[in-house]
Design a protein around this ligand. Sequence first.
Ligand code: G1P
Length: 265
Amino acid sequence: MIKKAVIPAAGYGTRSLPITKVIPKEMFPICGKPAIHYVVEEAVASGIEEILIIISRTKNLIMDYFDHSLELEAFLERVNKTHLLKKTEVPNVSIQYVRQSHAKGLGDAISLAKSFTGEDPFAVLLPDDIFLGTPALSELIEVYNKSRANVIAVKEVAEQHLKDYGVIKGKQTSEGIYEISDLVEKPASNPPSNLAVTGRYIFTKNIYEKLNKLNPGKGGEIQLTDAIKDILTEERCLARISSGERFDIGKEEEYIKLIQAIYRT
Ligand code: G1P
């Protein structure tokens, strides 16, 4: 059973500068809630009971948001605005935090979750990617429960955008499911398919051993994609096309489309 999830939220958010100098991308407002609230909701809707958020020095707002605001709650009671208490609620799930001291990449951030996840298989949710519709993580958990393999969410992406993603090479084994044989992080040319990795993963504990052996890869960072490539020599890794709609909040036009889509519902 997948009960633990890791949310890496330690990056600088360079694509969204200058606002990310002071506001973490994970706290960008989406119809009154920060982006990471939706990601935590997706995890909870998928059956996750414990979450570890990897933060960095400038991300204390994330901890403040998920904490109780006792002063605010007392104030609302005092001024007879208890109907607003509901608006201060956050998803009911255990959340812990760990700090990444150097921005050494996504792979390095995930490696900090080792003692939290222990022997258990676990989920990873990248908070840039927000899904509407069926929770993408629940679809991965379904595949994991049948296969006991590592599982990655993918989406078909137009050729010109594949250079922004990890791209898989794989063979379809059933409707929407692929057996991965290779992955390339942000291919500059000749992407191996049109299936891009979209920020939801399930890993066995063996991913840590691979992460720990890695040298810096693309962009001088410890790349999660490289550890997945390495695990393929010993374990299966499946890809599942997500049925929900995906938005990358690091891209301004998708951030706006996401707000419009939620606003309409
Ligand atoms: C990361 C992963 C990449 C994946 C992407 C999805 O890249 O390294 O494989 O396709 O997330 O959002 P980033 O966008 O953090 O550079």
